[in-house]
Design a protein around this ligand. Structure first.
Ligand code: DGL
Length: 274
């Protein structure tokens, strides 16, 4: 089984790539919507939440766990790898490298959460891959709110896109990195308002990495049925309503959607206000 987690529904932008690339695998998706957003939370809080979800996915026999969340990866993946060395963790990082390759103006805009942009990992990423380019950064908290509410288009989405992208466009950025898994769901509005911008989303690259990791881990073919269980720490009815909006298909009555036990998390983590 492949476990996929995010602060909420953003990681579904990675789930759909994994699903398409590995149609026979069983997937368990966990969205921590009750604690969303992760983007402005301190590292110790993120670790506590991510840890609870990882423990749950291990209890369901995950072979690979995807942190389909840039913020969780940046703040917690090293800790996860040290804590559970037997599990293969696949994480995300903003696609600075492909952005550098795609930019003609040599000015790149990185859209990501505050947690991702202030982490040491991001500074290292820019040092490693940002060579010769000016890297502008922008946190987009309204994008996360919009996607969690399923408002992917319309006036509010457009005003948020303008607010975050205009300063980067006016500085001359020609490539935008969608460095948070919620943001690809607003890709259409960004592309419509800024048609000259190249948009970089690393969801497919992550799915390919998951495929490679599975190949290395297994000696034979997997025994999955191609199902997905979707779990949320928030309201399962909200998730039920959001899935067809985000994944663009009619509601599938076979989808398994349920809540997540709060007892997975320590008392402290349960009491932190979302
Ligand atoms: N989807 C998450 C990411 O990739 C975080 C969004 C949030 O909870 O702030 O960083």
């Amino acid at each position: 089984m492949i476990g996929i987690m995010d602060s909420g529904v953003g990681g579904l932008s990675v789930w759909r790539e994994v699903r398409a690339l590995l149609p026979g695998e069983d997937l368990v998706y966990v969205g921590d919507s009750a604690f969303c957003p992760y983007g402005a939370k301190p590292p110790e809080v993120l670790r506590e939440r991510v840890g609870g979800i990882v423990r749950y996915l291990i209890s369901r026999e995950a072979e690979v766990i995807v942190l389909a969340c840039n913020s969780a990866t940046i703040q917690a993946i090293e800790w996860c790898r040290e804590t559970w060395p037997e599990i293969a963790f696949v994480g995300m990082e903003p696609g600075v490298k492909p952005a550098v390759a795609a930019s003609r103006s040599r000015i790149i805009g990185v859209l990501a959460t505050e947690a991702s942009l202030t982490g040491e990992m991001f500074a290292r990423l820019v040092e490693r891959c940002g060579e010769g380019c000016r890297i502008l950064t922008q946190a987009c908290p309204r994008f996360v709110e919009l996607v969690e509410e399923g408002r992917l288009s319309g006036e509010e989405a457009q005003s948020a896109v303008r607010e975050y992208v205009e300063p980067l466009a006016s500085e001359g950025a020609d490539v935008l990195v969608l460095g948070c898994t919620h943001y690809p769901f607003l890709k259409q509005e960004v592309a419509r308002l800024y048609p000259g911008m190249t948009l970089i989303d690393t969801g497919l690259a992550v799915a390919r990495r998951v495929k490679d990791v599975l190949r290395l881990k297994r000696s034979g073919p997997g025994s999955g049925q191609g199902g997905t269980a979707f779990l949320t720490s928030g309201d399962p009815d909200v998730l039920k309503r959001l899935l067809p909006v985000l994944l663009g298909r009619a509601e599938d009555p076979d989808l398994v959607i349920s809540g997540l036990e709060p007892s997975l998390f320590s008392q402290e983590a349960q009491q932190i206000p979302s």
